[in-house]
Design a protein around this ligand. Structure first.
Ligand SMILES: [Ca+2]
Ligand SMILES: [Ca+2]
Ligand SMILES: [Ca+2]
Ligand SMILES: [Ca+2]
Length: 234
């Protein structure tokens, strides 16, 4: 049986234009790396896609080699089997002029650099954890997220994934910072991405590539952008 849409062409055209406007402004200023999804944000309830392999946190070991220190650039190594900085890996800390949250591009100077995994026999463990700033024992909007290198307590050199008291997302914790030494809790969830350009492979799965945005998907329903999820790339 034929069904008719309840509106004519001008309305349809307006709908299409609105959708185009929404997707064009998806990455607006208040949706940068380290921001959390708030009520009525443009990406709220958007679909997220799983990575083919679970990405891992890793670092390019500069500064004192063999020691995780503040001269080491930290990355989301999207395909953990490659062990190098590769195209579209995401920086969690700045590299020169390239800000935290940026995707690695082909011509960038860190491309091809060896990555060191966390959690080996010679390197510290690192987990995304949150500081329960609100003190209610649950993860919510006011609670900052860290890449916590000695899971359980914030230490010098931890990476702030969201800002805390004026310290921006992507900054390192210093000995004298107010969050140094505070306890952290397990942040439930997993990394997934918004497939900005909509491309899919032969199997019908979303392809992670340039311009796609990494999220820490923190709560049910998974694979949907919900309040409290954290944006992990620009
Ligand atoms: Ca180092
Ligand atoms: Ca890589
Ligand atoms: Ca809380
Ligand atoms: Ca894509």
């Amino acid at each position: 049986m034929m069904r008719y849409l309840p509106f004519g062409r001008p309305v349809l055209l307006m709908l299409v234009l609105t959708l185009v406007a929404v997707s064009a402004s998806w990455a607006s200023d208040d949706m940068q790396y380290g921001s959390k999804v708030m009520w009525n944000d443009l990406d709220e309830s958007g679909a997220l896609s799983p990575f083919y392999m679970g990405p891992e946190f890793a670092f390019w070991d500069g500064g004192i080699v063999g020691v995780f220190d503040r001269d080491d650039v930290v990355y989301v190594n999207i395909d953990p089997s490659d062990d190098v900085v590769s195209e579209n890996d995401v920086r969690l800390t700045p590299f020169g002029e390239l800000p935290a949250g940026s995707q690695v591009a082909k011509a960038d100077n860190d491309i091809g650099k060896q990555l060191t995994k966390f959690g080996t026999s010679t390197t510290p463990r690192a987990e995304l954890r949150f500081l329960d700033a609100g003190g209610d024992r649950a993860y919510n909007l006011e609670d900052p997220i860290y890449l916590n290198v000695v899971p359980g307590e914030i230490n010098s050199n931890d990476v702030r994934i969201t800002s805390y008291k004026g310290f921006p997302a992507g900054s390192r914790v210093n000995d004298t910072d107010p969050d140094n030494g505070l306890k952290t809790s397990t942040l439930p969830g997993m990394l997934s991405f918004f497939n900005t350009n909509g491309n899919i492979n032969n199997g019908g799965y979303a392809i992670y590539d340039r311009g796609d945005i990494v999220y820490m998907d923190t709560q049910y329903p998974f694979y949907v952008v919900t309040i409290n999820d954290a944006r992990m790339s620009i």
